[in-house]
Ligand binder design. Structure first.
Ligand code: ARG
Length: 459
C-alpha cells in the first residue's frame, strides 16, 4: 500500500519495520474518536474558509460511511498504513477523491493522536466511574446487611481491638470514594483539547481551536502547542488512579482470601464466584479475589512503564510516545473487568457473624479497655498499661482470659479494680465505648453510613 508520506522516499519500507512501527493492532480501538475528531476538524476548516463547504460535506459523509463500515465489521485495517489515523484517511481518499486529501490540512498526526487519546480516556473515565460507583454501593450494602456483627480488628495481623464488621467495610467504602474523586481529577486533565498544535509549533492556517473544542465538548484548550503534543500526564494520572484503586482492591482481596480460609471461616463466597480444583475434590478457591490481587501487578507495571517511557524524552513528539497506548488500554480493560466481577462477588458474600464473635471469646482484644478503665479511676495511662500487661501475662500462664479473673485476682494487680470491671471489658462494651468521631461504636458507624449514603445520593 503506498504511503501517505511516501514523497521523499526512494525505497519501500522494510516489511519488518512496517510491522515494528505499526500501532494499528491496538489503536484501532480509537476509531470512533478519530472519526469524530476529523469531522470536527473538517467542519472547522470549512467554517474558517480553509476548505470549501462542499469538501467538508464530502469528508463528513465519507467518514460517517467508514464509521458504519467499521462497526459492521466491513473494514480491513492495514499494518502497512501504520495506525488508525492513516488507515481512515487513506480509505477516505480512496472513496471521495481529492477532498479526502484536504482533511489533514492544518493538522498533524501528533495533535491528532493526542486528541483521540484525550477523548478516549475521557469516555473510559466516565464508564469506569459508573462501575466504581456500583462497587461502592456493593460495599455499602454489605456493611448495612450486617450492622451488628462484631469481629476482631487487627494490627500486624494480631488481634488488636474488637470492631464492627460494618466499620471495617466502611473503611473500604471511603477509600473507594477517594478513588472516585481522583478519577474526577483524571477527567479534568483529559478534558483539555490539543488539536491545532500541529506537529509541534501550531499552524500557518487561520484555524479556530475554540470551535473544535466546543464541537467536541472540551472544557479547556492546551495553551501551548508543544505541551499539547508532548505530554502524557493525563495518562499517567489515569494509571496512578488505577494503581491506587487496584492497591485498595488488592488489600480487600487479601482479607477476603484470608477470611474465607478454613482457619478464619469468617465469610463464605458464593459458589458462583469461586472455582474448584482439578485434583482436589474438596476445594473451593477464591479465584476472583486472587486474580484481582494478581492483576494489580500489571497495572502497577503499566504506570512504571509509562513513567519510564516519558522520563528521558526531549520535547516535542517522539515515537516512543506510541508506547502510551497498550498499557493504557490494558489498564482500562483490567480495571473495568475487575470492578465488575468484584461488585458481583461482594453481593454474593455471606458473613459468619457467629464465628467472628466467637473468635473474640478467647483473646485479649479488650486489654486496652481494661487499661482505659484504670485510667478513668485515676491511674496514669502508662501505669495502667503496665498493670494490664501483667494481668495478661498472668492469664496466659493460667490459661485464662481477662474476663475469667475473679475480683480477688484483679485486686492483686491494682486496688482500683472493682465489681464494674467485668462489665467494662465485655466485647459489646468495648465496641460501644469507642464513640469518638469516626470510631467503631454503633452510633458512630450509623453516622458514617448516613454520610456514605448521602455521598452516593449526590452522585
Ligand atoms: N501512531 C502514532 C502514535 O500512536 C501516531 C502519531 C505518529 N506521529 C508521527 N509523527 N509518527 O503515537
Amino acid at each position: 500500500m503506498s504511503k501517505l508520506w511516501g514523497g521523499r522516499f526512494a525505497k519501500n519500507t522494510d516489511v519488518m519495520v512496517e510491522e515494528f512501527t505499526s500501532s494499528i493492532s491496538f489503536d484501532s480501538r480509537m476509531y470512533r474518536q478519530d472519526i469524530a475528531g476529523s469531522i470536527a476538524h473538517a467542519r472547522m476548516l470549512a467554517q474558517c474558509g480553509i476548505i470549501s463547504q462542499d469538501d467538508a460535506r464530502l469528508i463528513t459523509d465519507g467518514l460517517n460511511d467508514i464509521l458504519a463500515d467499521i462497526e459492521a465489521g466491513n473494514f480491513s485495517f492495514e499494518v502497512s498504513l501504520e495506525d488508525i489515523h492513516m488507515n481512515i484517511e487513506k480509505r477516505l481518499t480512496e472513496r471521495i477523491g481529492p477532498a479526502g486529501g484536504r482533511l489533514h490540512t492544518a493538522r498533524s498526526r501528533n495533535d491528532q493522536v493526542a486528541l483521540d487519546t484525550h477523548m478516549y480516556v475521557r469516555e473510559q473515565v466516565a464508564a469506569i466511574g459508573g462501575l466504581l460507583f456500583d462497587l461502592e454501593q456493593a460495599v455499602l450494602d454489605i456493611a448495612n446487611k450486617y450492622p451488628e456483627t462484631i469481629m476482631p480488628g487487627y494490627t500486624h495481623l494480631q488481634r488488636a481491638q474488637p470492631i464492627l464488621f460494618a466499620h471495617h467495610m466502611l473503611a473500604y467504602f471511603f477509600m473507594f470514594e477517594r478513588d472516585f474523586r481522583r478519577l474526577g481529577g483524571v477527567w479534568e486533565s483529559a478534558d483539555i483539547m490539543p488539536l491545532g498544535a500541529g506537529a509541534l509549533a501550531g499552524t500557518t492556517f487561520p484555524i479556530d481551536r475554540e470551535l473544535v473544542a466546543s464541537e467536541l465538548k472540551f472544557g479547556r484548550i492546551y495553551e501551548n502547542s508543544i505541551d499539547a503534543v508532548s505530554d502524557r500526564d493525563y495518562i499517567l494520572e489515569f494509571l496512578s488512579f488505577a494503581s491506587i484503586l487496584m492497591m485498595h482492591l488488592s488489600r480487600l482481596s487479601e482479607e477476603i482470601i484470608l477470611w474465607s480460609s478454613t482457619e478464619f471461616s469468617f465469610i463464605e463466597l458464593d459458589d458462583a464466584h469461586c472455582t474448584g480444583s482439578s485434583i482436589m475434590p474438596q476445594k473451593k478457591n477464591p479465584d476472583v479475589a486472587e486474580l484481582v490481587r494478581g492483576k494489580t501487578g500489571r497495572v502497577f507495571g503499566h504506570l512504571m512503564a509509562m513513567l519510564t517511557v516519558a522520563k528521558g524524552l526531549p520535547l516535542a513528539y517522539n515515537k516512543d510516545l506510541q508506547e502510551d497506548k497498550e498499557g493504557l488500554f490494558d489498564t482500562i480493560d483490567t480495571v473495568k473487568f475487575s470492578l465488575t466481577v468484584y461488585a458481583a462477588m461482594l453481593r454474593g458474600l455471606k458473613v459468619n457473624s457467629g464465628i467472628m464473635r466467637q473468635a473474640l471469646k478467647n483473646d485479649f482484644s479488650n486489654a486496652t479497655d481494661m487499661a482505659d478503665y484504670l485510667v478513668k479511676k485515676g491511674l496514669p495511662f502508662r501505669q495502667a498499661h503496665e498493670v494490664v500487661g501483667k494481668c495478661v501475662a498472668y492469664c496466659l500462664n493460667e490459661h485464662k482470659t481477662l474476663a475469667d479473673l475473679s475480683l480477688a485476682e484483679f485486686k492483686q494487680f491494682s486496688p482500683l479494680f472493682d465489681m464494674d470491671i467485668l462489665e467494662a471489658i465485655t466485647i459489646e462494651t468495648c465496641v460501644a465505648a469507642r464513640n469518638s468521631l469516626g470510631g467503631t461504636s454503633p452510633a458512630q458507624v450509623r453516622q458514617a453510613v448516613t454520610v456514605a449514603k448521602s455521598i452516593m445520593e449526590k452522585q
